[in-house]
Write a protein that binds this ligand. Structure first.
Ligand code: AP5
Length: 219
């Protein structure tokens, strides 16, 4: 077919549920999930020069400089799996300069999903978040507890998931988000992220299905 693959951006404050929804979206739509934070944590895990520099910023809840992030994401987007299956870009762009760098390369999504979650919930979500290093799955001690003792015993916490650090991350988010939203205003769909995960996904699924429908009509 001549159908073009789906291109999606998802944005929202720290711990608004981007990663959680991305797991559900990729399962249904088969998109390649590209998360800027995950790419950076992989560099840290590999003890690369980039990773060492990035960690200093991440520990302070600041944006990692563009000379590290911009190329890293652009190269990942251009790999053949993402070109063929479509992509789901998570946590990128986070600043005007990052959005402009994408626009300059003609990289534009079909839809920009914006998760809205009230501030007091964000702190609770960050503090209770746990990760399974074996499967990569995201858990929450209260909202999405591990299925069994074996998983529970191996769960880890992110180094920037403290109440103090999330406040810094939120500040950074507020300083940058408006400029990014302006660029994608005409393709933005606001999602109520305060709801339980399954209900948030219903809203997202409805928005994505309608885009898929429109794209197939066009082609
Ligand atoms: P990044 O890794 O992107 O972190 P973030 O934006 O702070 O987002 P999170 O991953 O913390 O949260 P999420 O929205 O994915 O929520 P989740 O689904 O896990 O970035 C980290 C750092 O890297 C940045 O601070 C920056 O330094 C750097 N960086 C990243 N991108 C960059 C860029 N573009 N430029 C420069 N620097 C960059 O959910 C959170 C918790 O809530 C989980 O426990 C989950 O189980 C639970 N939960 C989720 N949904 C629900 C729900 N509906 N109800 C109840 N609980 C829920």
């Amino acid at each position: 077919t001549t159908e073009k693959p789906l291109k999606v951006m998802i944005s929202g404050a720290p711990a608004s549920g981007k990663g959680t929804q991305c797991e559900l979206i990729t399962k249904k739509y088969g998109l390649v999930h590209i998360a800027a934070g995950d790419l950076l944590r992989a560099e840290i895990a590999a003890s690369s020069e980039k990773g060492k520099r990035a960690k200093e910023y991440m520990e302070n809840g600041k944006l990692v400089p563009d000379d590290i992030v911009v190329m890293m994401v652009k190269e990942r987007l251009q790999q053949s799996d993402a070109q063929k299956n479509g992509w789901l870009l998570d946590g990128y762009p986070r600043s005007l300069s990052q959005a402009k760098a994408l626009e300059d390369h003609g990289i534009r999504p079909d839809i920009f999903l914006l998760l809205h979650v009230s501030e007091e919930r964000l702190v609770e979500r960050v503090v209770g978040r746990r990760l399974d290093p074996v499967t990569g799955k995201i858990y929450h001690l209260k909202y999405s507890p591990p299925e069994n003792e074996e998983i529970a015993s191996r769960l880890t916490q992110r180094f920037d998931d403290t109440e103090e650090k999330v406040k810094l991350r939120l500040q950074t988010h507020h300083q940058n988000v408006e400029a990014v939203l302006l660029i994608y205003k005409d393709i933005t769909v606001k999602i109520n992220g305060d709801l339980p995960m399954e209900d948030v996904f219903v809203e997202i699924d409805t928005a994505l299905s309608s885009i898929v429908g429109m794209k197939s009509k066009k082609s």
